[in-house]
Design a protein around this ligand. Structure first.
Ligand SMILES: Nc1nc2c(ncn2[C@@H]2O[C@H](COP(=O)(O)OP(=O)(O)O)[C@@H](O)[C@H]2O)c(=O)[nH]1
Ligand SMILES: [Mg+2]
Ligand SMILES: [Zn+2]
Length: 368
């Protein structure tokens, strides 16, 4: 699994503009050892991009709790402070839309008792990102996260397996474990099409080895298992607007964050959660609530990412006539044969095909 992260780590190294090759390799090796990056060890992480004159100032390590426009709230010594980003950091040109994200460990210098300035940002051990639709840049949702609670619902809004696939790919790329959370199972009526779809989804994805939690905030079903999964870890709730992310957090952590009403016809959420924020779990760990999204564009999606994600194709793909078979319309394609014989799920293949189409179209290559 770790090899899959190599490309990602290289990109990160590039982002951090580490020019010396031997240092790069050494760091690459040590980055693979995730055990030393446990949240509790966060104070021990090294400063990677400290500004030249920063050494003269006294710096304290803080964690970014929330960002709304230019207002950045950090936590230091269990207290919250309003901070601003040092000018030089704002000017840094990267492929990223945002310089800072919730979960970032930052080095701050205090201006007075209430205000501080962010001088530098620590290296991140994981990044959840997506592609910003308008700018095509990488939008960083949250960092230093252990697991993504990919949240979806049944009924209102309907289950969207393709969206879940997109998140699963973002998890591999960003070095986080996925947990699939399906909320609102109280809305599942027996013998309906929706129930069929849900059962089919469970079967396919559980067989592939994913952890899936079926939950209802209404009947409280499955909330205990969710808390167990979250304890001692840093998790981010991410998924469609209106599927109940904030309600889940309120139920599990006994908090009172604002939740939304669904639009009557479309069942779409009202985007009540306007900013991402890091919340401390009393029993240990942290979680991040995020604003809802409509779609999820995977940042820097490559064919290699599809190979990693649709790993159950491998056994068949190795016998395809062409080594670089994309399993779309090539002759003697063993993957397509496997689908016809029901050895690969059609749902997974459809998800694969739509993502492959996206990649090829982006590269300006014709599809089919
Ligand atoms: N029936 C049902 N409704 C739920 C459940 N969980 C949340 N909701 C409702 O779904 C709506 C959207 O919830 P919210 O937490 O704001 O969704 P978010 O946008 O993902 O944060 C609210 O009206 C909630 O009351 C559930 O388990 N069952
Ligand atoms: Mg919300
Ligand atoms: Zn093939």
């Amino acid at each position: 699994m770790i090899d899959k992260f190599d490309k990602y780590l290289e990109e990160e190294e590039h982002f951090l503009k580490d020019s010396k090759k031997y240092r790069k390799q050494r760091k690459l090796k040590s980055s693979k050892d995730r055990s030393k990056y446990k949240k509790t060890d966060i104070q021990k992480t090294k400063i990677l991009s400290s500004p030249k004159n920063a050494s003269k100032k006294h710096l304290d390590k803080a964690v970014v709790l929330s960002i709304l426009g230019s207002e950045i709230i950090v936590s230091f010594n269990k207290k919250e402070y309003r901070t601003t980003l040092r000018g030089i950091l704002k000017k840094e040109k990267t492929k990223n839309k945002n310089i800072l994200a919730v979960g970032d460990i930052v080095n701050i210098s205090f201006k007075n008792e209430k205000e501080a300035s962010i001088e530098s940002i620590e290296k991140r051990y994981s990044i959840l990102s997506r592609q910003d639709e308008r700018t095509k840049k990488r939008s960083i949702i949250a960092v230093n996260i252990d697991q993504v609670l990919i949240t979806s619902s049944v009924g209102k809004p309907h289950l969207k397996p393709f969206l879940i696939d997109r998140y699963l790919i973002a998890c591999i790329k960003g070095n986080m474990s996925p947990v699939i959370v399906i909320n609102k199972i109280d809305l599942l009526k027996p013998f309906t099409e929706e129930e069929e779809k849900y059962k089919k989804f469970l079967k396919i994805y559980e067989e592939l080895g994913y952890l899936i939690l079926s939950i209802s905030c209404k009947t409280k079903d499955g909330l205990d298992s969710l808390l167990n999964v979250m304890k001692g870890k840093t998790s981010v709730f991410s998924g469609q607007s209106g599927c109940g992310k904030t309600t889940l957090i309120n139920e599990v952590l006994n908090t009172k964050f604002k939740t939304g009403k669904l639009a009557k016809k479309t069942y779409k959420g009202a985007h009540v959660t306007t900013k991402s924020q890091l919340i401390e779990i009393k029993k240990g760990g942290f979680c991040v609530d995020t604003p809802g999204i409509k779609g999820f564009g995977i940042w820097d999606l490559e064919i290699e990412d599809l190979k990693n994600h649709f790993f159950e194709f491998d056994n068949f793909a190795k016998n395809c006539k062409f080594e670089d078979c994309k399993h779309i319309n090539e002759p003697s394609c063993k993957v397509k044969e496997a689908i016809e014989k029901n050895k690969i799920s059609f749902l997974r293949f459809e998800a694969y095909r739509s993502l492959m189409k996206e990649i090829l179209e982006k590269k300006g290559k014709l599809y089919e």
